[in-house]
Design a protein around this ligand. Structure first.
Ligand SMILES: C[S@@+](CC[C@H](N)C(=O)[O-])C[C@H]1O[C@@H](n2cnc3c(N)ncnc32)[C@H](O)[C@@H]1O
Length: 365
């Protein structure tokens, strides 16, 4: 077994530069259209979300995996009405997800390929969550959250997002698959940028089904791992750890990170966990990690670190998702530094990745 050589991060200027070019191109394209039309197009994003949801949930993208098909063919395959299927597929073609060919058949574009359930880094699981009725209902109460500060989930369901997931196993399965699905994106772009080679034991706190930990352990054949999450969540982790060939180097523990976290590791990772919680709760989790961490240990948060100000960044909308659902928030590097200090850590650096996720590296203070 060979230990991979030290991975190199792409330069931050390149990542920043691509972001700036995209932002300039978006501004230029908007400048070519009257402002009220720009707003209408933005508002129609909600409709596009539902069209994408239909394509993911019914398996329209999967039906096009082996090549172009007519909407009639697809409708038969996915058990839907031909005319309505055609209209959804045409709308997706108009938005760059499919193409409508001269022979009347639809094909997947490069973007549409990422809707296939078997695509590496498929966005289908996340879209199945975002378009699902429960999620949609929660977003319909953003007004309540803005007026009161209470999450829409609390208002609608009378319980926290996590209790709601526990009470609704079908929705929980969709949620956990979505987390694993978006993890694939973070995994591809972020994990190779961090060298875990000198770490002996990696604990993934709130690790879901273990996709992140599986990748870290694959990249670091000398390390062992512990996956830690709520009991009903870790139940689903074994197949992912086994498929990655790391099950024999990984134990699975359940419990609440508000009580304690597995003890004595030299690396603790948390991906999109701290953003779920308000400052007080986040500090409580960090303090439990501080209590558990071994001398010389490192804490790595995989989060969308917000830039200062309000430049375009996907974390700005994810922040609203936190407002509606979990009651947490997205944070800037400065806010992470403050939070980490309150939790007994010192922020060492923020590693940018080619995706929206950053790695926040912290050491015990
Ligand atoms: C946004 S998900 C992220 C999951 C995973 N880290 C990933 O990125 O795919 C947050 C995770 O925190 C877990 N969680 C919530 N409350 C918890 C608690 N009290 N103790 C342990 N884990 C908890 C959830 O079950 C969920 O898996």
């Amino acid at each position: 077994m060979t230990v991979p050589s030290k991975p190199k991060a792409p330069p931050a200027w390149l990542i920043d530069g691509i972001g700036r070019v995209r932002s300039v191109l978006t501004d230029a394209s908007r400048a070519a259209v009257p402002p009220n039309i720009v707003l209408l197009e933005m508002a129609q994003g909600a409709w596009l979300t539902q069209a994408l949801y239909i394509a993911a949930e019914l398996g329209i993208a999967d039906a096009l995996r082996d090549g172009p098909r007519t909407a009639d063919d697809v409708a038969q395959l996915v058990d839907a009405k031909p005319d309505a299927t055609y209209r959804v597929m045409r709308a997706l073609a108009a938005n760059g997800v499919l193409t409508l060919r001269r022979d009347g058949r639809f094909a997947l574009t490069r973007v549409g390929q990422a809707l296939r359930s078997d695509h590496e880094g498929s966005m289908a699981p996340m879209i199945k969550l975002v378009g699902r009725a429960e999620h949609w209902e929660h977003w319909s109460r953003l007004m309540h959250s803005v007026r009161t500060g209470q999450t829409a989930v609390e208002a609608l369901r009378g319980m926290s997002a996590w209790d709601y997931l526990e009470s609704n196993p079908e929705y929980a399965a969709v949620f956990n698959d979505a987390m694993t699905g978006v993890s694939a994106v973070a995994i591809e772009t972020a994990v190779p940028l961090y060298d875990f080679a000198d770490r002996k034991l990696v604990v993934d706190v709130g690790g879901g089904h273990g996709a992140l930990l599986a990748k870290i352990l694959t990249q670091t054949p000398t390390a062992r791992g512990v996956l830690f999450d709520l009991p009903t969540v870790v139940e689903g982790a074994r197949p992912i750890l086994a498929a990655a060939g790391v099950a024999d180097r990984c134990t699975v523990e359940d419990g609440s990170f508000f009580d304690s976290v597995p003890d004595g590791a030299d690396a603790y990772v948390m991906k999109t966990v701290i953003h779920d919680w308000d400052d007080e709760e986040a500090v409580a989790i960090l303090r439990n990690v501080r209590t558990a961490i071994a001398d010389g240990g490192k804490l790595l948060l995989f989060e969308m670190v917000l830039p200062e100000g309000a430049p375009p960044h996907p974390g700005m909308l994810l922040d609203l998702e936190m407002l509606v659902h979990a009651g947490g928030r997205e944070r800037t590097a400065r806010e992470y530094a403050d939070l980490l200090a309150r939790g007994g850590f010192r922020l060492k650096r923020v590693i940018a990745t080619p995706g929206p996720m950053s790695i926040v590296e912290a050491l015990p203070a």
